[in-house]
Write a protein that binds this ligand. Structure first.
Ligand SMILES: NC(=O)c1ccc[n+]([C@@H]2O[C@H](COP(=O)([O-])OP(=O)(O)OC[C@H]3O[C@@H](n4cnc5c(N)ncnc54)[C@H](O)[C@@H]3O)[C@@H](O)[C@H]2O)c1
Length: 378
């Protein structure tokens, strides 16, 4: 529970769809954070769909429900905006947010492409607003432990790293299309815009430098049900595999990045693996509390440990219990609010606008590599 004397950070959500509602659940149980220094509350929500606005009526503390993001931005009781709209709207609404004097936690990919991301970053810098980008999986305890091991430099000669985020629901051709399957809304980078920052956040924060990209991109079904009895065209890349010679910890190694909507048996599998000659580490949300550590001795071992609820910000949840998606989203928000208040210290922080720009550079190179069937230098 936060100290009662500090005034709460007031959050407005623009885009109350899947992610907007997840964020309502984070602030609905903010009190579960233990001795966390800053209170926070959801006060206002904007969405175009009346049924979604109705859903938010049950959320305590929300006093503004509107279909106009400008109305939300005109309010005094909003300090920070969480922007979770389709990608083609990121830039325009982010500019409105910043010019209204609000801070921003922007959903990835932070603009539909590299040029848009640069413009949002530059406007935020010009106006002096605090802006971070959403990527929550590195806040899972196993991911944080993998990050610390990767940063330690104690793994011997680094051989390779693999980072992936895999879904399988698009294998079903009867799944209706939505904006994420159409390039004019999702962006030319398709699945890389959709799942990419999740994969790129830790490598970027570790300072890994891909030197070039060789990409293989795949499309799935060319049309899907439109939800109104007809069919509609789908034209985004659905699977992306990138092979990148990279500089990792000052050494030359292979970095493989995979983002897939067509990965049989995977529901929402985020994973990170780093292998050196002496040690290695592997974490996957398939086993959410389990960390695997490789050790080379006389023999070679994968050692497995169950981590429990060892989150960066303590909560009332007992350490023996296992963390999930809503917990890691709350941890990301706790890092955002702490960093905004100058209280992050040496804890892991949210993705920055510069990191979002760097990830767009990787995807632009991947598009060129796939189009021209060649290796593209970065
Ligand atoms: N961090 C994550 O794990 C994660 C997961 C999924 C999606 N996302 C990102 O979140 C964002 C939204 O994705 P989603 O899955 O929630 O999509 P969604 O389609 O479920 O929700 C988007 C919402 O935006 C609303 N909207 C559209 N135009 C609007 C406008 N002008 N003003 C206000 N609201 C408007 C829509 O009505 C819809 O409810 C995207 O940037 C996406 O990449 C992040």
């Amino acid at each position: 529970m936060a100290p009662a004397s500090v005034s709460p950070v007031r959050i407005g959500v623009i885009g109350g769809g899947m992610m907007g509602r997840e964020v309502a659940s984070v602030f609905g149980r903010w009190f579960a954070l233990d001795k966390y220094p800053v209170p926070a509350a959801l006060t206002a929500v904007c969405d175009l769909q009346p049924a979604l606005l109705d859903w938010f009526r049950q959320v305590p503390g929300v006093t503004c429900l509107t279909s106009s993001h400008r109305e939300l931005l005109a309010r005094d009781d909003v300090d920070v905006v969480y922007l979770a709209v389709p990608h083609h709207l990121h830039e325009e609404i982010a500019f409105d947010v910043l010019r209204a004097g609000k801070d921003l936690l922007a959903e990835k990919p932070f603009g539909i492409d590299l040029a848009a991301a640069r413009r949002i970053r530059d406007e935020a810098a010009r106006l002096g607003r605090f802006v971070r980008v959403s990527s929550e999986f590195p806040f899972l305890p196993g991911a944080l432990r993998a990050f610390e091991m990767a940063r330690s430099g104690n793994l011997g000669r680094i051989l390779e790293a693999r980072c992936s985020f895999l879904h399988s629901s698009d294998l079903d051709p009867t799944k209706p299309a939505n904006w994420k399957r159409q390039a004019r809304f999702c962006g030319e980078a398709g699945v890389m815009n959709d799942l990419g920052l999740h994969v790129a956040h830790m490598p970027l924060r570790l300072g890994w430098k891909p030197l070039s990209v060789h990409a293989f991109l795949q499309r799935g079904y060319g049309e899907r049900p439109d939800g109104r009895g007809g069919m509609t065209a789908c034209d985004t890349w659905d699977n992306a595999s990138l092979h990148c010679p990279a500089e990792i910890g000052g050494q030359s190694a292979l970095l493989t990045l995979e983002m897939k909507r067509l990965a049989p048996t995977e529901t929402n599998t985020w994973s990170f693996e780093l292998l050196g000659t002496e040690r290695g580490v592997r974490y996957s949300t398939k086993e959410p509390k389990t960390l695997w550590i490789y050790r080379r001795d006389k023999e070679q071992w994968w050692e497995k440990t169950d981590l429990g609820f060892s989150t960066q910000y303590k909560t009332i949840t007992a350490g023996i219990l296992e963390p999930g998606f809503s917990d890691t989203l709350m941890q990301m928000w706790a890092a955002y609010i702490a960093e905004r208040a100058g209280l992050l210290g040496d804890k892991f922080g949210c993705a920055t606008p510069d990191e979002a720009i760097a990830h767009h550079q990787w995807w632009a190179a991947a598009l060129a590599s796939n189009r021209e069937r060649k290796v593209v230098a970065l």
